[in-house]
Design a protein around this ligand. Structure first.
Ligand code: ZN
Ligand code: ZN
Length: 297
């Protein structure tokens, strides 16, 4: 699996000379796994994924997994060219939130007069999957699109055909509707994406189990400890973690590498470098996400 970072910021994008090293786009990752593209979140980084997909030539297909629907995780969606190509085939999956299914969320997000485009303007064929924790997505041999599997039902596709498995967990530490974590598994390797989550005392034990033994854990690390508890308004309860919280999950889950993600837009390159160095002093296998970075798992 190759994990490429196209957007690593939280809350809103930033630009300028002090944001060159880590980048200013909001959450978006591209996983290339067993010949398929899996995109995690649709922040402004998605616009550069579009360039990549067009450069590679047709088919422009991909599966898009959404963690939740805050603007920083959706802002690239309307500007993602491949969704406007009639021949492109897209599976878009995300959690039910605030009582809304994924189609209802997208209708609301792209509603008039806030958006120049409505979902119907996006001519690609789109399969929209509303996820709950009991669901998994299975990519079967020879098939580009995933199958939705309900783990509480006995009927399953043939597991011997399973190439890429995506497991889900509802994270409870993000206002107001939570967040969905994803674990992507292929050929004995695994990547866990757990952004927009605030740590619990002693570590989020559900996440610890979910991330157990992962090769790469991508975890929210938005606030320094000083900011988390500091003046003028401590951001406790805003649904984000400190690097210490992320390190605690990585330690308890026994992951091989930890990626600190969803950087605070007020933290320029020097500030993120400092956060990364402090984390590496505790555990050398930690690193800060930066745009353009590719990690092979
Ligand atoms: Zn966010
Ligand atoms: Zn959020």
């Amino acid at each position: 699996m190759i994990v490429e970072f196209f957007g690593v910021r939280g809350s809103h994008s930033v630009t300028g000379p002090n944001f060159q090293k880590f980048g200013g786009n909001t959450s978006c990752l591209l996983l290339t796994v067993a010949g398929r593209r899996i995109v995690l979140d649709a922040g402004t980084g998605l616009i550069n994924v579009a360039k990549r997909v067009f450069q590679a030539g047709p088919p422009f297909d991909a599966t898009l997994l959404l963690s939740h629907y805050h603007h920083d995780h959706l802002a690239g969606l309307s500007y993602y060219g491949p969704l406007f190509v009639p021949s492109a085939k897209y599976t878009i999956a995300g959690p039910r939130m605030g009582g809304l299914s994924l189609p209802q969320v997208l209708d609301a997000y792209l509603a008039q007069p806030f958006s120049p485009f409505q979902p119907d303007d996006m001519a690609a064929s789109k399969t929209l999957l509303t996820l709950a924790e009991r669901h998994e997505l299975w990519f079967l041999r020879g098939q580009a699109a995933p199958v939705l599997v309900d783990t509480t039902e006995p009927a399953r596709p043939d597991a011997s055909e399973l190439e890429v498995r995506v497991r889900t967990l509802t994270g409870l530490g993000h206002p107001r509707n939570g967040v969905m974590f994803y674990r992507i598994e292929h050929d004995g390797r695994s990547v866990v994406y757990a952004t927009d989550t605030e740590g619990f005392g002693g570590g989020d034990q559900r996440l610890v189990r979910f991330a157990q033994g992962a090769d790469l854990l991508i975890h929210d690390a938005m606030y320094t400890e000083a900011k988390y508890t500091g003046a003028p308004v401590p951001p406790q309860g805003w649904g984000h973690s400190t690097p210490e919280m992320a390190l605690e999950i990585a330690r308890q889950a026994g992951v091989k590498q930890l990626c600190l993600f969803h950087h605070d837009p007020v933290n320029d390159d020097a500030a993120v470098e400092k956060i990364e160095a402090a984390a590496q002093a505790v555990w050398p296998a930690a690193f800060a996400a930066r745009e353009g970075l590719a990690v092979t798992v």
